[in-house]
Design a protein around this ligand. Structure first.
Ligand SMILES: Cc1cc2nc3c(=O)[nH]c(=O)nc-3n(C[C@H](O)[C@H](O)[C@H](O)COP(=O)(O)OP(=O)(O)OC[C@H]3O[C@@H](n4cnc5c(N)ncnc54)[C@H](O)[C@@H]3O)c2cc1C
Ligand code: SF4
Length: 326
């Protein structure tokens, strides 16, 4: 048996070189990875510790932001440029986990956190995501937390991140470094649909390191909000959530952004709902029409059919709060 390998990377070159050749994983805050190693769900044979890399800065980038992959969720949430320019991102981060976890959790790790599907986290039962081809215990199981959008016959697990819902609404770009090349991946292409291969969750190639996330300058700061609906106010993942932004001039909506969490297999941008708002006056009627347009061809199951209506109500509430209706 090979001995377990641990490498503390001292540069991005070192990290990318050290990750190759076996089932090696980067480790940042460890709040997903160590958790899943304890449960025997993830069994890397090597860990490349990236916490010493200079990737934690949060900087202005032409009116937008460049956020390092190792910036903690706390540092991002409270950074003055984030609260001023991207308030929905700050709200999304602060709605997640607990203060202690947010101090440990990093932006890169948050992007790559795994689903909270209880069957994925239980090695005694079948799960296509954990053990490809073994079957999906959720499909005929208890589905209250599962997805109604973007599902397949192989997997119906929701993407758990709050931060990613805000990044989806804000047209983020994920920057990476792999062996021999750097890439800029638009956020809408970063997380993949489960299809026949739910074990593939994103566009990263093996050993590719997320270095930073870029947010372009946004006209939505004045009217942006994140609403998360969940079973209790802390330590609970979203049953439905919405990150929204409105750009309003002369009483009409010029542009809108709407993304959903808790209801889909990846952070879900609701483009049809955004289009439905353009040229409309910002009011309850236009918000309800947009919400109706957001949920296209849902696939509810026995225990999660309530999410169709809940997602729509969450969008309306988020738009009202963004517009200043309390
Ligand atoms: C009790 C609990 C409650 C939680 N509640 C919420 C919640 O309400 N909302 C929410 O959104 N999240 C929640 N989380 C999840 C939490 O946000 C994530 O665990 C955290 O963001 C992961 O970040 P990390 O730095 O600890 O990642 P790690 O555990 O270090 O890594 C996670 C994965 O990302 C990979 N990785 C890390 N950094 C990089 C990088 N730079 N490049 C490439 N790969 C990388 C690792 O290899 C690993 O596979 C909760 C977690 C716990 C334990
Ligand atoms: S929904 Fe996905 S993660 Fe959950 S048991 Fe099925 S295959 Fe596994």
């Amino acid at each position: 048996m090979q001995p377990f390998r641990y490498v503390r990377a001292d540069s991005t070159d070192h990290a990318v070189a050290a990750i190759t050749g076996e089932d090696a994983r980067f480790i940042a805050g460890g709040t997903t990875l160590v958790d899943l190693m304890r449960l025997d769900v993830m069994r890397p044979t090597a860990l490349v510790d990236i916490t010493g890399l200079a990737l934690a800065s949060i900087e202005d980038a032409g009116g937008g932001l460049k956020i390092g992959a190792l910036a903690s969720n706390t540092d991002v949430a409270y950074h003055p440029l984030v609260t001023k320019r991207f308030p929905a991102l700050s709200e999304a981060l602060l709605s997640g986990a607990s203060p202690q976890l947010r101090n440990m959790a990093t932006v890169g790790g948050n992007l790559l956190q795994r689903t909270r599907c209880p069957y994925f986290r239980d090695v005694a039962v079948a799960c296509n995501k954990r053990a490809p081809g073994s079957g999906c215990s959720a499909i005929d199981g208890y589905t209250r937390s599962h997805a109604i959008l973007g599902t397949s016959e192989s997997c119906i697990a929701t993407h758990p991140s709050d931060m990613c819902v805000a990044l989806a609404a804000l047209d983020a770009v994920v920057h990476t470094r792999g062996a021999g090349r750097e890439r800029a991946i638009p956020f809408g292409e970063f997380h993949t649909l489960p299809g026949d291969h739910p074990e593939v969750e994103n566009a990263l190639e093996p050993g590719e390191l997320v270095t930073h996330v870029e947010l372009p300058a946004s006209p939505f700061a004045a009217h942006a909000h994140y609403v998360k609906v969940r079973d209790r106010a802390a330590f609970a993942f979203a049953l439905a959530s919405a990150a929204v932004g409105l750009d309003v001039a002369d009483g009409k909506i010029r542009a809108a952004r709407i993304a959903l969490g808790g209801v889909a297999t990846r952070p879900w941008r609701a483009v049809e709902a955004e289009q439905a708002l353009i040229g409309q006056a910002p009011n309850r009627a236009s918000f309800e029409r947009a919400a109706a347009a957001a949920i296209v061809d849902p696939k509810p199951r026995r225990d999660n059919a309530f999410k169709v209506a809940l997602a729509k109500r969450t969008i309306v509430r988020a738009l009202e709060l963004a517009w200043g209706v309390s």
